[in-house]
Design a protein around this ligand. Structure first.
Ligand code: ADP
Ligand code: ZN
Length: 625
């Protein structure tokens, strides 16, 4: 069992937090986790993205004797992670397949000489006997297993190499281990514990709420126009991610945005490795770039100022949706999670599930995931509390999601549901025909399209009985019936079919409350501005300078310009120099001396020495204007 760390070590941790990282105090359970690890205990840490997981192993590695070994699947990001630590004055290195043997030897030598505080290691390196021998010859202070959910078999991030990590404990039983993940469900947690042999580890589970993210889900009608409006009105010049389901659509949307004057790049697994790496590097380094990507992009992206995540297609699960949207606003400033979804998404995903590999149980599980996602889309309750509820957390209405800000009207959709279900019954059960939502809605609206005439559907008794609703409203009815399990789609044709529960509606034993379709898609008014829920200092969503007093906003922009130029010169991402939140505080406080500047959050010793005078000069020059 771990012994509690001594008071001296605990204050050593706080001193490092102040001196190296430039932060005043620990967040949430960081202190407890750090103490536990310094004392030699094992830990499993579940914390949302942006919660501050890295410090939980970085600080113990600096306090304990030896080198902290960090296992991470994010090979493409290791260089940046190490670069960010180096900028803080921490001695870090990495070993992965991107290095030549000379670079590798240098890192190995530093490791053996004890000249490293942290060593980042790709999991597959541990399969090589040479790596194991290398680790044996050095002194290891701890093992940190980052993105620990990669050990979970059914998760979409599964990495076979992670299974080998259970052996760490057998080989180095005296070295404490900390496994970290932002993946929240009970099932994943249990799988991590058993596969990594962490039954004896202490669990630290943080709340998964991300209060600075405003969640919005809108019906998809003209996705490109809707997306463009979002970017232009609420996020001009901001960095963000747009997720699409297919490779082709990422390219199409990226072209469209670029053609509309927005700096955008595509990212998907079909691009060659070099283009992928280049696009990712540009996203990390540039300010205000929009990445249009499949979900192949994003894990471990630690860019703090991603201001929005937009989904143009329905995610496959609430877990995936949470992970993807979680990439917004790591810096705690207000950010937007926006999703447009339509009927076609449901049909497409059902088809995808049906044709995917795996056994019946796997298909069922995927179906359950999709149902939960649909329920989140169609809820009239607070989106955040529904999502947190899905992860086993209780929460009250948040005041910072679309359903809280603009509570949807509900209406009694029982009769509409009966009409729609009986149309499906006529086609499917009486005539044995397979038709999708489009045809059924045309029939209800009494449209004599060629397809309607060809099949004689204009002679059905249900023809034209639904003219009281607009087509968009009927589509909403179909979506909501699907979400409530009162209707189903057949994966192969996307044909509508009745469910057991449909019969209760047709038999008039069940009421069907529905959510009213907005006349126009919900928009701009629901920025989190003024909602009082933002976790970070000040801030509105529209542009990083929003809501600063005019004079401070000018200075903030000048500081950003200085940062951009410096970053370019040194070939590193701008946020590695200082985060937006730090520059905002400088702009408001206008420090005149290095000592004053040192009190700003995010200004540690190394950065004060390296950039302090330049920041003061920028402030002074602005004051002279
Ligand atoms: P995670 O890995 O959990 O997603 P990070 O470790 O990247 O989160 O931390 C998120 C952001 O919060 C980073 O910019 C980090 O510097 C900052 N941060 C972490 N801990 C603190 C703290 N105690 N005080 C201030 N900022 C912090
Ligand atoms: Zn809410």
């Amino acid at each position: 069992m771990a012994s509690p760390s001594t008071g001296i070590e605990a204050s050593e941790a706080l001193r490092i937090l102040n001196r190296v990282f430039g932060y005043d105090s620990f967040r949430g359970s960081q202190q407890e986790i750090i103490d536990h690890l310094i004392g030699g205990g094992d830990a499993l840490v579940l914390m949302p993205t942006g919660g501050g997981k890295s410090l939980c192993y970085q600080i113990p590695a600096l306090v304990r004797r030896g080198v902290g070994v960090v296992i991470s699947p994010l090979i493409a990001l290791m260089q940046d992670q190490v670069g960010a630590l180096t900028a803080l004055g921490v001695r870090a290195g990495f070993l992965n397949s991107t290095q030549d043997s000379y670079e590798r030897r240098q890192v190995e030598t530093a490791f053996l000489a004890g000249d490293l505080d942290l060593l980042y290691l790709a999991p597959e390196r541990l399969r090589a006997e040479s790596t194991v021998r290398l680790l044996d010859r050095g002194t290891i202070s701890l093992f940190a297993i980052d993105e620990a959910h990669c050990v979970a078999q059914w998760g979409h991030d599964f990495r076979p190499d992670y299974l080998e990590l259970s052996a760490l404990h057998e080989r180095w039983p005296q070295v404490p281990r900390i496994a970290l993940t932002a993946t929240a469900t009970e099932a994943t947690r249990a799988e991590i514990t058993s596969r990594l042999n962490l039954a004896g580890a202490r669990q630290f589970v943080a709340s998964f709420d991300r209060p600075n993210i405003s969640y919005r889900i809108v019906p998809k009608n003209e996705p490109k126009r809707q997306l463009l409006e979002l970017l232009r009105t609420e996020h001009p010049g901001d960095s963000g991610i747009v997720y699409c389901l297919s490779r082709a659509s990422t390219e199409k949307i990226a072209d469209f945005l670029a053609g509309s004057g927005i700096d955008a790049l595509p990212y998907h697994a079909g691009l060659d490795a070099r283009t992928r790496a280049a696009n990712q590097a540009r996203f990390l380094r540039a300010d205000g770039l929009v990445m249009v990507a499949t979900i192949a992009f994003g894990m471990g992206i630690d860019k703090p100022d991603v201001r929005f995540v937009a989904h143009l297609d329905l995610p496959k699960s609430v877990e995936g949706y949470y992970q993807e949207t979680g990439r917004a606003g790591r810096d705690g400033l207000p950010s937007t999670a926006w999703l447009a979804y339509g009927l076609a998404d449901v049909v497409q995903l059902r088809k995808l599930i049906d044709t995917s590999e795996g056994d019946a149980a796997h298909h069922r599980r995927m179906g359950t995931h999709l149902d939960a996602m649909l329920a989140l889309c169609e809820t009239v309750e607070c989106r955040r509390s529904q999502m947190l509820g899905y992860f086993g957390e209780q929460a009250t209405a948040c005041g910072n999601c679309d359903t809280c800000l603009f509570p949807p009207q509900t209406w009694d959709g029982t009769i509409a549901a009966q009409k729609l279900l009986s149309a499906v019954f006529r086609l499917r059960n009486e005539r044995g025909q397979k038709f999708g939502a489009g045809q059924v809605i045309d029939i209800l609206l009494g449209k004599s399209t060629p397809k309607v005439s060809q099949h004689g559907h204009d002679s059905l008794t249900v023809f034209g009985i639904g003219t009281e609703l607009r087509e968009a409203e009927w589509r909403g009815v179909v979506r909501q019936l699907l979400a409530q399990g009162l209707l189903a789609v057949e994966p192969d044709y996307g044909a509508l079919v009745l469910t057991e529960a449909s019969r209760e509606v047709l038999g008039k034993q069940r009421q069907v409350p529905l959510r009213r379709e907005p006349e126009r898609p919900a928009r701009a008014a629901n920025t989190p501005r003024g909602s009082g829920r933002a976790a970070g200092p000040g801030g509105g969503a529209a542009g990083a300078a929003a809501e600063l007093p005019a004079a401070a906003a000018d200075l903030f922009e000048q500081l950003r310009a200085w940062r951009g130029a410096t970053a370019k010169e040194q070939g590193m991402p701008a946020y590695v120099i200082f985060h937006d939140a730090t520059l905002r505080q400088v702009a408001v406080q206008r420090p005149a001396t290095l000592a004053e500047l040192a009190t700003v959050s995010g200004v540690g010793e190394a950065k004060l020495a390296k950039y302090g005078q330049q920041v003061l000069d920028t402030v002074a020059a602005a004051g002279a204007d």
